[in-house]
Design a protein around this ligand. Structure first.
Ligand code: NAD
Length: 426
């Protein structure tokens, strides 16, 4: 019988964020009834790709950027996940985010596994033409590992509809015909879906509303703080206000703005669009991001990035409910502190899954060349999120788990069940 391989050197993706994803997985496993061989397989991403992306800058010189794509599990179908442009992108970050995407897709019962990728760069220092060249060259580097039935990218931090349009065009040029189903989150003009742009932020609020219902609270009476004012946070703030809640503070990289009587969100969007950030906004008070996280509120929406609520600040969080719009914003230590303090966390794999759910709708529409209306998509999204939320809530109740553990257990069970049925090849 073959001996287990004892690997001395750390694996390339073995970073603190990957450890966080793995620790959460280990904590969920005892409740998931998974065989050891399947559990072991799912500890590892299936494929990790590291490429270098040479790009000509506007002044004529060349810079080579590292690019990554990690595919965690293809058991249930093609892998799916965002592409981010950020100075902190690494193999470990992509591997952690890819694993979370696997559990998220499975929890939502979408026929996908998880992936994540990106280019390590400073996107705000790059021109549109430089971003376009990075995107097109990165797409070519990945052309053999992505595909509508293999791996389908989507936008993430600092990438958007335009980035997806460049990816779709580059891929289509290689194939010789239009392949809209290669990416999701693209412009409607080239096969994007209505409501995809708003889906993650709107989904966050659908989940918060359902949680308020279970907790016997009215969403309209909640005072909310939102960290991150991009695609997820900006739209979540708008949706909260639309449902009558009071958004007292929001923030971006430059810091936060605060008005206890409720912020003027359209004015903040206009300011951020004109000035590039919320800095120096004249009609509200200003707080740092660290202060913003500790403001007294009913709902704290974390919609910036990973690792925001940690061992260091968890004891000072003064919210009654935390909603994770971002991926991995709460560390494992903070999770334990908040559980001890009785502050429920609506976990990322459930709470921000509106984006991948409408991405799935977009892919289905592209494959069928038949498009749905905004109302149809909103209703189907509410149904999917409501079903997942109820399964998570009931499992948490039944097994005395946190909502995060229950969400992971539900996701892991779906993937593990499929892998048990298929068997580990050969
Ligand atoms: P984005 O680039 O549009 O917005 C990010 C926002 O966070 C910006 O306002 C930025 O200034 C701010 N920010 C960054 N670092 C910050 C910090 N340290 N403190 C405060 N603000 C900070 O990105 P996005 O698409 O909104 O993604 C945000 C998070 O949501 C990421 O974790 C992403 O993985 C996750 N997510 C996004 C989607 C989607 O559909 N876009 C879906 C699921 C999850």
């Amino acid at each position: 019988m073959a001996e287990a391989v004892h690997i001395e050197a750390p694996l390339e993706w073995d970073t603190p964020l990957y450890r966080q994803a793995l620790t959460q997985y280990e904590q969920a496993l005892p409740h998931a009834d998974v065989s050891e061989s399947v559990a072991e397989r799912l500890r590892y991403p299936e494929r990790s790709v590291l490429v270098s992306v040479p790009v000509r800058c506007d002044d004529g010189h060349y810079v080579v950027y590292p690019g990554y794509r990690v595919q965690h599990s293809s058991v249930l179908g093609p892998t799916k996940g965002g592409i981010r442009y950020d100075p902190e992108v690494s193999l470990g970050e992509c591997a952690a985010l890819a694993a979370w995407m696997t559990w998220k897709c499975a929890l939502l019962r979408l026929p996908y596994g998880g992936a994540k990728g990106g280019v390590r760069c400073h996107p705000r220092e790059l021109s549109q033409s430089e971003l376009q060249r990075i995107t097109r060259r990165f797409t070519i580097e990945l052309v053999d590992v992505i595909g509508p039935q293999a791996d389908i990218p989507a936008p993430d931090m600092a990438t958007n509809e335009q980035t997806m349009a460049w990816m779709m065009d580059t891929y289509s040029m290689q194939k010789g015909f239009a392949v809209p189903e290669i990416v999701t989150g693209k412009p409607i003009a080239i096969g994007g879906s209505v409501f995809r742009h708003e889906a993650t932020g709107a989904g966050v609020v659908m989940v918060v509303e359902r949680a308020c219902g279970r907790l016997g609270r009215q969403l309209a009476q909640q005072r909310c703080v939102v960290q991150g004012f991009g695609n997820v946070g900006g739209i979540a703030a708008d949706e909260l206000a639309l449902k009558g809640a009071t958004v007292i503070a929001v923030s971006d990289l430059s810091g936060g703005v605060l008005d206890e009587s409720g912020l003027d969100l359209p004015a903040l969007h206009a300011w951020a669009a004109e000035h590039g950030s919320l800095a120096d906004y004249p009609d509200a008070g200003h707080v740092t991001n660290a202060e913003l996280l500790e403001l007294r509120c009913d709902v704290l929406v974390l919609a910036a990035r990973e690792d925001q609520v940690t061992e260091e600040n968890a004891a000072r969080i003064d919210a009654k409910l935390i909603a994770e719009g971002a991926n991995g914003p709460t560390s494992v230590e903070a999770d334990a502190i908040l559980a001890e303090r009785g502050i429920p966390i609506l976990p990322d794999v459930l709470t921000n899954s509106g984006g991948v759910t409408v991405s799935y709708f977009e892919w289905v529409q592209d494959l069928g060349r038949l498009f749905w209306t905004r109302d149809e998509i909103r209703a189907r999204l509410a149904e999917k999120l409501g079903d997942a939320f109820d399964r998570v809530w009931e499992l948490a109740d039944e097994r005395s788990l946190t909502l995060r553990q229950a969400a992971l257990v539900a996701g892991i069970r779906e993937v593990a069940g499929a892998l048990e049925a298929r068997g580990i090849y050969p």
